[in-house]
Design a protein around this ligand. Structure first.
Ligand code: NAD
Ligand code: UDP
Length: 323
């Protein structure tokens, strides 16, 4: 049976990907160094049971190439990397390493095993965009000299490694530029906006809006993103391609705050805080390429996704847990 490697398996997207692959009956090896991910995210999949093996290690360690469990791997989802600004700014050098050295090592593993490869790049590759909405041909507006650079520029260099392994060695590489994805799988202390707003609303705290809340994002429910990444891996037509995976419906952050307040019945109000440096003002994907190459588009509206997220956070927090 073919085997899939998921790096960052204990993280938000990684643990959803593991669940999806196991439900399809695949053998899965998960790698994670548990820096921003939690072993608890994998509690439903005990190591060594039901086709799942977990390896606690760092993908920037060259020893990763000789892990015996990685014999026979035919697909690699390289999802390891801090993704929340709170976490990547606390670990800038690790973030650069995992997306550069880590990506090169995972591509080398793909080359040696003849495996297909999906890289989790990001809408941050477009930086604070001067073109709106963003299609894959837009080359971006990224600042090298700021707090987001360790993530944005490392992802862009990760894409360069993918390009070279595709063109020099013919590795079937696909690059996903993932736009803001959410669900109850995000840690309460993740720091990203949906996690913060829903946690604050349920706790009865004010929602923290940075700046005046007029900046926009386009939020994709996790099931849609995972389905897009699976299709990207499957479709040969996507080899050597960069594809936006995101929901093209755009909202201001203030609208999102009001929607969370309405859906949760939160007693709290809104507390305005300073806008972080280099915070992109707008973000919305053009998904024509994903539609034509993958036959993919999101299905879950923000309102429906938020209902599910609020219900699950409420259950978790009423149980006393704030993972
Ligand atoms: P996450 O922080 O929840 O998960 C990342 C996982 O990678 C964590 O479990 C962490 O412990 C692990 N990890 C980090 N460095 C590692 C290393 N050197 N070796 C092994 N494991 C390591 O983040 P996420 O939201 O699940 O994001 C997953 C991927 O998708 C990331 O590459 C991220 O950049 C990308 N992405 C996510 C989003 C989003 O909205 N969630 C958007 C764009 C891109
Ligand atoms: N944001 C906010 N309040 C929060 C967290 C984030 O207003 O408690 C804003 C943030 O300034 C940004 C947007 O929400 O404009 C999305 O932030 P997030 O960290 O989720 O992801 P980003 O897209 O910036 O990487």
């Amino acid at each position: 049976m073919s085997k899939t490697l998921v790096t960052g398996a204990a993280g938000f997207l990684g643990s959803h990907m593991v669940a999806r692959l196991l439900s399809e009956g695949r053998q899965v090896v998960g790698i994670d160094n548990l820096s921003t991910g939690k072993a608890d995210n994998l509690r439903a999949f005990p190591d060594g049971v039901g086709g799942f093996v977990f390896i606690g290690c760092d993908v920037t360690d060259p020893g990763v190439l000789s892990i015996p469990e990685l014999e026979g791997v035919t697909e690699i989802f390289h999802l390891a990397s801090p993704a929340s600004p709170k976490f990547y700014q606390a670990r800038p050098f690790d973030t650069i390493e995992v997306n550069t050295t880590g990506t090169k090592l995972m591509l080398e593993l793909a080359r040696r095993r003849g495996a297909k490869f999906v890289y989790s790049s990001t809408s941050e590759a477009y930086g604070d965009p001067l073109v709106h909405p963003q299609d894959e041909l837009y080359r971006g507006n990224v600042n090298t000299w700021g707090p987001r650079a360790c993530y944005d520029e490392a992802k862009r260099l990760g894409e360069v490694f993918c390009y070279e392994y595709y063109h020099r060695f013919g590795v079937p590489v696909k690059v996903a530029r993932i736009f803001n994805t959410y669900s109850a799988g995000l840690r309460n202390d993740d720091g990203r906006v949906i996690s913060n707003f829903v946690t604050q609303a349920i706790a009865g705290d004010d929602l923290t809006v940075y700046g005046d809340g007029s900046q926009t994002r386009s939020f994709c429910y996790v099931d849609d993103t995972i389905r897009g990444l699976r299709l990207l891996m499957e479709k040969e037509a996507a080899d050597g391609e960069i594809v936006n995976i995101g929901n093209p419906v755009e909202h201001t952050i203030l609208q999102v705050a009001h929607t969370v307040i309405r859906l949760s019945g939160a007693p709290g109000g809104i507390r305005y805080m300073p806008l972080p440096e280099d915070d992109p003002k707008v973000r919305r994907p053009v998904i024509a390429k994903a539609k034509s190459l993958l036959g993919w588009q999101p299905e879950v509206t923000l309102e429906e996704g938020l209902r599910r997220t609020i219900a699950a956070y409420r259950e978790r927090m009423q149980g006393g847990a704030r993972p």
